[in-house]
Design a protein around this ligand. Structure first.
Ligand code: FAD
Length: 394
């Protein structure tokens, strides 16, 4: 069997669904497939997003997928010193939500369907080849094998992307650019304030950080990301230790375990080739400092979908035509990814003791009354290398 379409989106995560939606809104014939039988499940995510990020994508919050509105952040250093950034202390630059990803992802796919995209679930893409001015993707669903002929494919197949590599793009990542994550969703979590997300820094999660993201009542996503280059233990082993030692989780029980990778090395040099575009985690469209990739991946998906639909109208799916996506994407999200890469580099140089002394000087700071300049000056006083690493950013 051969199916024909203008645009084939492989992967129905947030980036793929957003690409499919905007490509369909642009008038193209769109097919999106996902190997999962239930889009969005199981999640591999702590489910935090900024409200402004959703707004910028034109997405109205829906109580069916928002589990919690957040009121700030608590940052905890290795010796337990904490810095609170809550709305009673500081005007928060970004308010956030905790989602229910398995509902959110489905809703985003439904939006794509309503825009006109066709969706096939439990359908695995297994390979691709180029023929003249199009691409043939082989796929299978419920033991049936078939082929899809597309003028453009959008690879949205997540952090372990194979589609981009099949198309000859170099998206394979070095170990230092891929965080290994483990997370429990837990009940019985006792947080000091369950309207606030918590970050734990230092050797608790080498190369990354640990987090507790509340989902309402006593439920929370409790997880961490590590760089395997910085530890001999697995992320799961670190998670078990964290859960046992953290006062908030030592009496909690897991109801779900999520293991996954987070590409934190910044976007690759090339995200397009003839007939091919790469979006979302497959193109490392992730904030390297926080590991957050929902909004940035959806932004990449939106930009790719729009350019793809235009390219179809013009009958030109060449790399040159599709590179407009790369250009707008770097302008829209590339600069902030590069900035956060520098902040992350700096964070990675800090020992537990240095993190403790930084937390100590900031723990009683009235952030409302001090300027960014003053914060940076204080930081440089306690951690002089901040000047070298962050000087050009602020
Ligand atoms: C533990 C953890 C916590 C995180 N927490 C947050 C957070 O709090 N906030 C945040 O913003 N980000 C977070 N992230 C990152 C976030 O989950 C990702 O950036 C986001 O899911 C990327 O979306 P995507 O659509 O690119 O890829 P994905 O959501 O990974 O979707 C890819 C889809 O492609 C499908 N697929 C793959 N291969 C094929 C194939 N061959 N054929 C068909 N289908 C295929 C998969 O089934 C999947 O549905 C976290 C990541 C991890 C690992």
């Amino acid at each position: 069997m051969l199916i024909e379409t203008d645009i084939l989106v492989i992967g129905a995560g947030p980036a793929g669904s957003t690409a499919a939606k905007h490509a369909a809104l642009g008038g193209a014939k769109v097919l999106m497939l996902d190997k999962k039988s239930e889009i969005g499940a199981p999640k591999r995510c702590a489910e935090g997003v900024s409200i402004g990020g959703l707004e910028s994508l034109g997405i109205e919050p829906n109580p069916r997928w928002v589990t919690k509105k957040l009121d700030g952040v608590r940052m905890v250093s290795p010796n337990g010193t904490d810095v609170w950034l809550t709305s009673d202390k500081v005007e928060l630059p970004e308010a956030g939500y905790i989602l229910e990803r398995k509902v959110f992802d489905k809703f985003m796919a439904m939006d794509a369907a309503r825009a006109g995209a066709e969706i096939r679930v439990k359908t695995l893409a297994t390979g691709l080849r180029r023929e003249d001015d199009h691409v043939i993707v082989s796929a299978e669903c419920m033991d049936e094998e078939f082929e899809i002929k597309a003028k453009i494919i959008i690879a949205a197949d997540g952090p372990e992307t194979r589609v981009a590599r099949w198309a000859g793009l170099r998206t394979a990542l070095k170990a230092k650019d891929m965080e290994s994550c483990a997370q429990f969703e837990m009940a019985g979590v006792e947080m000091e304030n369950n309207d606030v997300i918590e970050f734990y820094f230092g050797s608790v999660a080498p190369g990354g950080y640990a987090w507790i993201f509340p989902k309402g009542d006593d439920i929370a996503n409790v997880g961490l990301g590590v760089l395997t280059t910085n530890t001999d233990k697995t992320a799961y082993q670190h998670l078990l230790e964290f859960v046992e030692n953290c006062p908030a989780t030592k009496n909690a029980q897991p109801v779900e375990l999520n293991i996954g990778a987070d590409p934190v090395g910044g976007m690759p040099k090339k995200m397009v080739a003839d007939n091919v575009m790469v979006v979302g985690d497959a193109a490392s469209q992730v904030n390297p400092l926080t590991g957050g990739g929902i909004i940035s991946g959806m932004t990449g998906g939106m930009l790719a979908g729009k350019v793809a639909a235009e390219a179809i109208k013009e009958g030109d799916a060449s790399e040159k035509r599709l590179s407009e996506y790369e250009k707008v994407c770097r302008a829209e999200i590339g600069d902030s990814i590069n900035k956060y890469l520098k902040v992350k580099d700096y964070m990675m140089t800090l020992s537990d003791e240095e993190l403790d002394s930084i937390a100590d000087v900031f723990k009683d700071t009235d952030f409302e009354r001090v300027s960014t300049g003053e914060i940076v000056k204080t930081l440089i006083k306690v951690s002089p290398k901040a000047l070298l690493k962050l000087g050009k950013i602020f």
